[in-house]
Design a protein around this ligand. Structure first.
Ligand SMILES: Nc1ncnc2c1ncn2[C@@H]1O[C@H](COP(=O)(O)OP(=O)(O)OP(=O)(O)O)[C@@H](O)[C@H]1O
Length: 229
């Protein structure tokens, strides 16, 4: 598991100077880290810092001592990111082609790539859907396919930004179980407090700053209490 470290990493909007995330220092050593907080609090910005999708305007983010601002590609091979809306990630016409696209750099041989993609689909509950159009998948199946594509290359960390927000109860449960059961480190941005509480650590973001950082159950309590005030 790589070591993700924020050293006074913060984000301000260059033109206006508005603070989106105040300078933050922390190290992510736990297997599953939940990031919770209200709408617009800065959770996605925090999550995107972790693999260089957003660069800090102050301080540094390091992954195994690689500065994400200078080694973005190497960092993204270790730290994968999944978006709330799987449409942001699904670009090929069929399920198997979409997973093959993820594997194109790591598996050069076409037949091997196809076989691996078929295996990955099976692991993510999409067996038999190899040639189905991604446009005809249900919302839950689309989210599973997006996660399959992201995890196909076996990254060391998955940062998942609200992966269950668009899903119904059944799919929320199946995607949630899949994510919590991953061997990889998981950084889970979520409004689903039942999922958050099952993580090893909880970070509450409020008004562009870390408001609480500790055991997940205590983080959830702190967030719920802050809403009740
Ligand atoms: N590039 C940017 N320029 C200006 N404002 C931005 C930029 N990126 C984010 N923001 C603002 O910063 C705040 C935090 O955004 P962010 O997406 O991190 O919140 P969030 O906690 O993930 O919210 P949600 O739960 O609604 O997804 C929001 O008010 C957003 O509009």
């Amino acid at each position: 598991m790589p070591l993700i470290r924020l050293e006074q990493a913060g984000v301000t909007v260059p033109d206006t100077g508005r603070v989106i995330l105040a300078p933050t220092s922390l190290t992510l050593t736990e297997h599953r880290v939940a990031v919770i907080g209200g709408n617009g609090s800065g959770k996605s910005t925090f999550a995107r810092l972790l693999n260089g999708l957003v660069l800090p305007t102050t301080g540094r983010v390091l992954v195994d001592d690689l500065d994400v601002a200078r080694h973005g590609a190497a960092v993204r091979r270790k730290v994968a990111f999944s978006f709330t809306d799987p449409s942001a990630q699904l670009v090929m016409p069929t399920c198997v082609e979409d997973v093959e696209l993820s594997l194109r750099r790591t598996v050069r041989d076409r037949a091997t790539r196809r076989a691996q993609a078929v295996d990955v689909l099976e692991r993510f509950g999409l067996a038999g859907r190899e040639d189905q159009s991604v446009h005809t998948l249900s919302g839950g199946q689309r989210q599973l396919l997006a996660l399959a594509g992201v995890l196909a290359t076996d990254p060391e960390v998955l940062v998942a930004d609200e992966p269950t927000t668009l899903l119904d109860l059944r799919n929320t449960r199946s995607v949630g179980e899949l994510l919590l059961g991953l061997p990889q480190q998981l950084v889970l941005v979520t409004h689903d407090l039942d999922l958050a509480v099952r993580c090893d650590r909880g970070i509450v973001v409020a008004d562009g700053a870390v408001a609480f950082d500790g055991p997940a159950a205590a983080a959830v309590d702190s967030y719920v209490a802050s809403v009740a005030r």
